[in-house]
Design a binder for this molecule. Structure first.
Ligand code: PEP
Length: 261
């Protein structure tokens, strides 16, 4: 099955103003519009910018996602947002990002519950997995990533695979400028697909997109998307730079168009 590459920009808690968010989203959409056959482009703004960006965008050119949500549909959860509240405004929700796991205590059990609710709400779940530096140095990458995937996918079924994307993001590569080299990332992404197959079956796993994330920029994105195992990238810091991200869109789209030939 041909998988359309996905280039996703995680804006984190940026940019500072709504004007900047709308300008950035407009520039990304303009850059993406001509490349729809080769790449799906998504941005993940902070919650307050999500609705205005949605109102400005054309959904066929620019997909939109949230950076987090709760698993419940409603209730006494101060500060939280339900997946059902996001329906109609966005397409995806990032779950299990390392910053949420490390800084906000998001567990695999929470990721699994959220993934179930996000998909039940008709949205897609972009689940991040990856090992910490000490685990990397100890040669435990496969064990860590395999364990996270098994736990994170525990509440999903093969029918959910169409709404699932996995991002392999080594924690030591996020925001550090130390991107993982392709010789490391490629085999781990293969193991991610094997992990999805173990949880949801081979047929389901064949259609799931596996992304790489961790200090991706225009200068190194080709390294990842030219790997057979890689279906795109999740980009943090460089997704805030409109021209840089536009170059990445072109590189990833070229790979997507080539794969179709
Ligand atoms: C991320 O936040 O998911 C990420 C990969 O960040 P960066 O590209 O800045 O390393």
């Amino acid at each position: 099955m041909a998988r359309l590459p996905l280039l996703a920009g995680n804006w984190k808690m940026n940019p500072a103003s709504l004007d900047q968010a709308l300008t950035l989203a407009g520039a990304v959409e303009a850059a993406a519009a001509g490349w729809r056959e080769g790449v799906e482009v998504a941005v993940f703004p902070p919650f307050p910018w999500l609705l205005p960006v949605h109102e400005q965008r054309r959904p066929e050119s620019l997909r939109l996602g949230a950076q987090n949500c709760h698993w419940a549909d409603a209730g006494a959860f101060t500060g939280e947002v339900a997946p059902s509240m996001l329906r109609g405004w966005c397409d995806w929700v990032i779950l299990g990002h390392s910053e949420r796991r490390t800084l906000f205590g998001e567990t695999d059990e929470a990721v699994a519950r959220k993934a179930r609710s996000v998909i039940d709400a008709g949205l897609g779940a972009l689940i991040c997995v990856g090992e910490r530096e000490d685990e990397h140095v100890a040669g435990r990458t496969d064990e860590i990533v395999g364990g996270q995937l098994a736990r994170d996918l525990a509440k999903l079924t093969p029918a959910d695979a169409a709404r699932l994307v996995i991002a392999y993001e080594p924690v030591w590569a996020i925001g550090t400028g130390r991107s993982a080299d392709a010789a490391h990332a490629g085999p781990v992404m293969d193991r991610c697909r094997a992990g999805v197959a173990a949880a949801l079956g081979e047929a389901a796993a064949a259609g799931v997109r596996i992304l790489y994330g961790g200090s991706v920029k225009a200068a190194n994105v080709a390294e990842y998307v030219s790997l057979e195992s890689c279906d795109g990238c999740l980009v943090g810091g460089a997704s805030l730079l409109a021209e840089e991200f536009a170059t990445m869109i072109e590189v990833v789209a070229a790979r997507g168009l080539e794969a179709k030939r």
